[in-house]
Write a protein that binds this ligand. Sequence first.
Ligand code: ATP
Length: 442
Amino acid sequence: MTDAKILNIGFDDTDSPKGMCTTFLAYKIVDLLKKQNTQFLDFPKLIRFNPNIPWKTRGNGAVSLKIRTKNPSKIKNQIKQIVEKYSDIKNGANPGLVFYENDTIPKQFTKFSKLALWQLINRKQAKIFATKNNLEFFYQGNGQGLIGAIGAIGYDFKDHTLELLSYRKNSKFGKKRKLFTQSVKIMQEKTFPYTFNSFDVKKNRILITPHGPDPVFYGVRGENVDSLLHATKILKTDEKLAGYMIFKSNQGTGDHLKNELNIENMKPYASGKITGVISNEAKIVKGGHVFFSISSDGHELWCAVYKPTGMSSVALGLIKGDKVCVGGGIRKASKNHPRILNLEFIDVMYLEKNLVNSNPICSKCNKKMKSKGKNQGYQCIKCSKKSTNKIILEIPRNIKKQLYLPNVSAHRHLSRPLQRIGRVNKESKFDESISWFHIYGN
Ligand code: ATP
């Protein structure tokens, strides 16, 4: 037997809307490796990539693992078999699996991963990348999964969060999840600000349970292991769960919107932010969605604010000349629409004075004067005092110079919640004393 090797394993696109989940596959792989006493070097990583790509199943997530092993080829074979066995290929999964044996991750991985966070990457590019860098890779279907698989190994965290995902027993897959609403509400209150986006207080809605047939029962997101474990003790359900696993993630970091968009060469499905001045004030359309445009470096960009985000009133309050930084994803142009930025935040940076011409106010009666007819001046109807010219009135603005975010239930996995603004989670200690993986007894 040779010396122990460090092995990075990345995989993605094993699921379909009809079942499975890439994180569950990770849980199965970890279970198998743990039974063989494999040494884990970090939390499993759950990386969310560009949320605007059209072919994601749900949240465009991929997983990577970092282990130390004396027998990498045995482990590679086992994982290959599990990926083959569990991937939902008949329902459209295109799994990708990548192995990379090294402790440090070269810069080109990080670059690839960063691009996948906000651009649309061609799957040919992923295959070229894997070949050029001598990666061991496998795929089924069209190989789209290689993008996430490579990206999940290469992700360079500047900030991170953790998510505890609990899994159901096989017999419960596809059945309704019953989690006591009140317990989620209490959990959020008791663990704030160390967990986030668990419960929408405005709508009295649970945000931690998925709605599809996948094996996840709930996922609690937060800043550290202790808070997540504390949260699970507060949550109440009658269902006996199979187990849980804690992932390190870029969820809640807003990392996909750090990229600066450029109107001249922005591509459809790109994510990012851009600063500009309001050039067309907001119009509301059927369904309550709102559209306005900004001008940036002499180019115009239309922005859409969808009703569920709850930011429509902010958009409607913007006037020409206001300066904003807006972030979101570019929707492809269609016959009826130009390219549009679907907004995920509005940061109001400058508010123009809202000045309007108005009839003069009578200084004695404090009443607005009436026009006496074209070019004939104005007169107070109470005291008959006259005046010749209109005056300029400043209308108070109903929005503020601040950052506006969507309602929590409209957040994407990557959206940075308000409570995380300014927070940077640099290191999460990892060793085998931490309870990051657990199978419940019967
Ligand atoms: P889940 O959240 O349940 O894991 P999902 O939403 O992650 O599902 P996938 O089935 O993994 O959906 O599909 C996403 C696919 O898009 C994967 O094949 C992934 O490799 C690929 N992908 C990820 N980022 C990009 C990108 N920037 N450009 C092109 N393809 C991408």
